[in-house]
Design a protein. Structure first.
Length: 317
């Protein structure tokens, strides 16, 4: 299993540190018992009900600790999430990342996912999570992502090279098939941007950057639409979005397991050296690419050119 260490991500660093402290306290408390157990031998229920775990979670989340513990147990004990063979401490670390972003720990809601990757729990952002964090910055007039069907991609702007769409078509009545996904953002200062990727581009992206893509239980297989919308929205935000600390953390924490990227060919991401230019004092910064954290070749993040868009139109006509 290939992996790359994450460095300089304060959220993940803090979560891993807290989980390490919990392990140490549990080990110390067990050392005086008649039949001491290793911390790693605890199941998820025993871990979440342990006094050391609850003390640290209360220190991190204050009044939200009870809700967090209940959410973690519900997530882990739901057989649909396939976390039965995953190390409990890894589940806790991934869930703490979601909690740090104030996103619900519920795979069914689509804000963030905690999914198995071998014995580790992987944290994955959903497109609704990116939407939520972007809107919290207060800098976006509108933002979204959607699947594009045959006939809805109508051309390309001759000046900007950006795709143009017509979403007035009754796609269901005419049985049109999906051809790709698009994301858009409109800033309160008037800046706007769109990004479109074909189904083929999305599949190539998934095959290259998701080692779980070929598995039948991969999210790309079970919910391609959600992953397609997440991909174009993440790329658009990473290239042109206004960053808050939470949004930047989400971009670099996505697809992480503990302190590693297990699903990406990635170099290390160092938030501490990222240039942040605050516009309004609320942690929002000017648009900039997330170079190491983007994990995607330049041609996926750049605007679609007129020639590329015309080639796509010719292929589906």
């Amino acid at each position: 299993m290939a992996s790359n260490k994450i460095s300089g991500n304060p959220v993940i660093d803090k979560n891993v540190s807290e989980v390490g402290a919990i392990k140490k306290e549990i080990a110390n408390s067990e050392s005086g018992t008649r039949q001491p157990r290793k911390a790693s031998e605890l199941n998820i229920s025993e871990l979440m009900h342990n006094k050391a775990t609850q003390k640290h979670i209360e220190g991190l989340l204050r009044g939200k600790s009870s809700q967090f513990i209940a959410s973690v147990l519900s997530l882990a004990q739901d057989s649909n999430n396939r976390l039965g063979d995953v190390a409990p401490f890894s589940i806790l670390t991934a869930c703490l990342t979601a909690a740090a972003l104030d996103l619900p720990i519920n795979n069914g809601l689509g804000f963030a996912y905690i999914i198995p990757y071998g014995k580790k729990a992987q944290f994955q952002m959903g497109w609704r999570g990116f939407f939520q964090l972007a809107m919290r910055t207060g800098q976006y007039e509108d933002i979204g992502a959607r699947i594009v069907y045959e006939g809805e991609l109508v051309g390309v702007d001759a000046w900007s090279g950006e795709p143009e769409f017509d979403f007035s078509i009754d796609r269901e009545a005419e049985g049109r098939r999906p051809i790709g996904a698009m994301a858009y953002l409109v800033m309160k200062n008037g800046f706007r941007k769109r990004l479109f990727m074909t189904i083929e581009e999305l599949e190539r992206h998934a095959q290259k950057y998701s080692k779980s893509y070929s598995r039948s239980d991969s999210v790309w297989k079970t919910n391609f639409e959600a992953m397609a919308k997440k991909t174009v929205l993440k790329l658009l935000l990473g290239r042109y979005g206004v960053m808050s600390f939470q949004l930047e953390t989400a971009l670099v924490s996505d697809q992480s397991a503990d302190r590693e990227y297990v699903d990406n060919e990635s170099t290390s991401v160092d938030l501490s050296v990222s240039e942040v230019k605050t516009d309004d004092g609320n942690g929002a910064s000017s648009p900039k690419p997330i170079i190491d954290g983007e994990l995607v070749e330049d041609n996926y993040g750049e605007p679609v050119t007129m020639a590329e868009m015309q080639a796509t139109l010719d292929a589906i006509e």
